[in-house]
Design a protein around this ligand. Structure first.
Ligand code: XLS
Ligand code: MG
Length: 348
C-alpha cells in the first residue's frame, strides 16, 4: 500500500498544524515554526502549501508594498528548499479589527478599503510565491444582524470587489470557498451554487471558480461530492479542502473520512471520474488535529487524511463498472448500495 502512487497533488496550510486554541480553552501545544512545518509537509509527501497572506508575510499590515513582496520572495526560497510549491494565497480578512463587520461587504468605507488593500497584497504575494490562485473564504461576508445590510447591495459590492482583483492581475484566478455560516450568522456565499452565480456575474467568469470544503458542505446540509460535481460541471472546481464533519455543529475540520467513509468514497470517485487535477488543481487537506493530540504526533491528522484519499482511490480503481452498470440498468439500487458498502468495507 505504501508504494501506491496517488494521482493527486496534496497540500495543507500552516494553520493545519496549530496550538489547539478553541473558544473554550487556550492552546495546548507549542507553536511550530513555519519552516519546520514545511520540512515535515515535504517528508510526509505533500506537494505544496496553502497560505493566508499573513502566513507568508506575518507583519503585512506594517510593511510597504515592496517590503511585502521581498519578504514573500524569501518565503518562496524557503519553500523551494523543501521542494514545495504554493497553491494559493487567501487574504485573512477575519482577524483584523478593521474586518469586524466583514471586508468586501462591510458598511464602512475605510474597512472596505483595508480589505481591498489586503486582497491586492495577497495577489502580489501569490505572484512572489508562484501561486496561481487567490482564495476568498468569505468568513465575515454576511450578517450577524440581518437588518444591518441590504443583501442585494452587498452581493453586488462583493462582485465588484472580485472584478477589481481580476483587473489588478489579468492572470490571477479567484476561487471562492463556500460556507453557510460561522463565524458569520448569515453568509452571502453559502454553497457552490452561490459561488457559481457570483462567478457568472463577474467580468471574467472563466477566472472565478470555487473551493469546496467537505465540512462546509455538511454544515450547509449538502453532500460534498454533489457540491464538487456542480462546480466540476462548469469547469470551475479550482481546489478542494477535504476533511470531515459530524453533522451541524461547530466547524470541526476532522480528518478526511473520519465520520463518513461512504461520503469520502464518493468525493474521491467524483474527482477521479472527472479528471480533477488535470489542469493543475490540487487536493488540500484542510484538517485540524484534535485538541487532545500531543505535539509528538501532531501531523497525524494530515497523514491519515492523505492515506484515506489514497485508499479510496484504490477502491475507485476496484469499482466494478460493468457490474455497477448492470445494477443501474436493472434499477436495483438496493443491491448497488450494498455492493458499494461491501467495497468500502473490503469484503469484495
Ligand atoms: C476555512 C479555512 C480557511 C480557508 C482559507 O475553511 O480553514 O482558512 O480554507 O482561507
Ligand atoms: Mg478551508
Amino acid at each position: 500500500m505504501s508504494n501506491f502512487k496517488s494521482r493527486f497533488k496534496f497540500t495543507a496550510g500552516p494553520w493545519n498544524v496549530n496550538e489547539g486554541v478553541e473558544a473554550f480553552g487556550p492552546g495546548v501545544r507549542p507553536t511550530v515554526d513555519i519552516e519546520e512545518k514545511f520540512k515535515v509537509f515535504s517528508e510526509i509527501g505533500l506537494h505544496g502549501v496553502q497560505f493566508h497572506d499573513d502566513d507568508a508575510v506575518p507583519d503585512i499590515n506594517n510593511m510597504t508594498e515592496k517590503q511585502i513582496i521581498d519578504y514573500a520572495k524569501d518565503m518562496k526560497a524557503t519553500l523551494d528548499k523543501y521542494g514545495l510549491v504554493a497553491e494559493f494565497v487567501a487574504p485573512r480578512l477575519w482577524m483584523d479589527p478593521r474586518t469586524t463587520d466583514g471586508g468586501y461587504t462591510s458598511n464602512s468605507k475605510e474597512d472596505y478599503d483595508f480589505a481591498m488593500w489586503r486582497s491586492m497584497r495577497s495577489i502580489d504575494i501569490a505572484n512572489a510565491l508562484g501561486a496561481k490562485n487567490i482564495v476568498l473564504w468569505l468568513a465575515r461576508e454576511g450578517t450577524l444582524c440581518a437588518e444591518s445590510k441590504d443583501p442585494v447591495e452587498k452581493i453586488d459590492q462583493l462582485i465588484r470587489s472580485i472584478d477589481a482583483m481580476l483587473d489588478y492581475d489579468p492572470k490571477m484566478r479567484v476561487l471562492i470557498e463556500s460556507k453557510p455560516n460561522e463565524p458569520i450568522d448569515r453568509s452571502y456565499c453559502g454553497t457552490i451554487g452561490h459561488v457559481m452565480a457570483v462567478s457568472s456575474a463577474t467580468k471574467d467568469p472563466a477566472r472565478v471558480g470555487a473551493v469546496l470544503e467537505s465540512a462546509h458542505a455538511v454544515l450547509a446540509g449538502l453532500d460534498p461530492a454533489n457540491e464538487m460535481a456542480f462546480a466540476l460541471k462548469f469547469g470551475k472546481l479550482g481546489s478542494v479542502h477535504l476533511n470531515d464533519q459530524n453533522g451541524c455543529r461547530y466547524d470541526q475540520d476532522k480528518a478526511f473520512g473520519a465520520e463518513s467513509l461512504r461520503s469520502a468514497f464518493n468525493q474521491v470517485l467524483v474527482l477521479c471520474d472527472h479528471n480533477y487535477g488535470a489542469n493543475g488543481e490540487m487536493v488540500g487537506l484542510d484538517v485540524k488535529a484534535m485538541r487532545t493530540q500531543k505535539p509528538e504526533d501532531q501531523y497525524r491528522h494530515i497523514i491519515n487524511s492523505k492515506r484515506v484519499v489514497e485508499l479510496m482511490e484504490q477502491k475507485v480503481e476496484k469499482l466494478d463498472r460493468a457490474y455497477r452498470a448492470q445494477l443501474i440498468a436493472e434499477r436495483n439500487y438496493e443491491k448497488l448500495e450494498m455492493y458499494i458498502l461491501e467495497l468500502i468495507m473490503g469484503v469484495v
